[in-house]
Design a binder for this molecule. Structure first.
Ligand code: HEM
Length: 293
């Protein structure tokens, strides 16, 4: 990996694009790594609580226990290992900035929208990470086996509306479930390395049947010769009266989906990032110390 000039984030994006090409991995193209990077951005950011004002992407706490060993984060070590060479060559960028930069770069490289991103996150050391996330990580990430009220509860806690929840869920146009990670199995769409509104189009088709197998409950359908899947939380988006109109809008209008996804994902990667007047992000302190927001 090349060392780039400190603060040259565009050059760093190019470095990220280079590691997106991993022909040996998962779907055998740049896509799988992109998916990794996207999922990394979500997991680095996704365990934030507005109420308790901790978690979030600042600090990059998932490099350390308890997040690094949380079952919901299984498989993310691949993403970390793909980014290690970039981090090693460019120690000036924080892990938290690099992971979120990688996620946004990957989305765009896969044909998705540009996502607003700014640097300034700082990293925790292992003690800070343990303190920050003590006992709460597992409860905060969504459980794919559950329904609409769970999805709404998890994302409302992070400050997202129904519209934003549905937009963010469109990220499942990318990548796949892995038996050895979540227990679920398969991709959501036929081309899981291309960012699109296919996920919403497929959700609305009356093709989904419970899969009969020894794994956790999930839905399946065969489209163009490819076995696809939906989680119970995915199907919840068409079963719920608040979510469904947005699924229909995004299925009909990819530009609207891209626009809404960009804003919602941009918001996701800012969760827990407490910027001062200069835009530099301070580490978020425990709620007990700083009081409830
Ligand atoms: C993969 C659940 C929301 C992006 C997965 C997997 C599960 C899951 C079970 C499979 C993990 C594996 O076996 O490797 C959920 C649930 C959500 C949710 C229950 C909310 C209700 C999101 C959001 C994003 C996202 C908001 C991003 C904005 C992804 C991506 C993958 C994935 C890109 C593919 C990972 C890969 O190919 O390795 N999700 N997710 N998910 N999720 Fe989500």
């Amino acid at each position: 990996m090349s060392r780039v000039k400190e603060g040259d984030y565009q050059a760093l994006r190019e470095e990220v694009k280079k590691v997106l090409k991993q022909p040996e991995y998962d779907d055998g193209s740049a896509g799988p790594v992109f998916v990794r990077s996207l999922r990394l951005a979500w997991h680095a950011s996704g365990n934030f609580s507005l109420v308790e004002h901790n978690g979030g992407s600042n600090g990059a706490g998932m490099r350390y226990p308890p997040e690094s060993v949380d079952p919901a984060n299984a498989g993310l070590h691949h993403a970390i290992s793909f980014l290690i060479p970039i981090q090693a060559a460019n120690p000036w960028i924080s892990h938290a900035d690099l992971w979120t930069l990688a996620g946004t770069t990957a989305i765009q490289a896969m044909g998705g929208p540009e996502i607003p991103w700014q640097p300034g996150r700082s990293d925790y050391d292992s003690a800070e990470a343990a303190e920050e996330h003590r006992g709460v990580v597992g409860d905060r990430l969504p459980d794919g086996a559950l329904g609409a009220s769970h999805v709404r509860e998890v994302f409302t806690r992070m400050g997202f509306s129904d519209r934003e929840i549905v937009a963010l869920s469109g990220a499942h146009a990318l990548g796949r479930c892995h038996r050895d990670r979540s227990g679920f199995d398969g991709p959501w769409v036929v081309n899981p390395t291309r960012f699109s509104n296919q996920y919403f189009k497929l959700l609305l088709r009356p093709i989904w049947k419970p899969r009969e197998w020894d794994g956790p409950f999930q839905y399946e359908a065969t489209v163009a010769g490819t076995k696809l899947m939906m989680l119970p939380t995915d199907m919840a988006l068409v079963e719920d009266a608040g979510f469904k109109p947005w699924v229909e809008k995004y299925a009909a209008d990819q530009d609207l989906f891209f626009k809404d996804f960009s804003m919602a994902f941009g918001k996701l990667i800012e969760l827990g990032v407490d910027r001062d007047d200069t835009g530099f992000a301070r580490l978020v302190k425990k709620s007990a110390e700083q009081g409830k927001p």
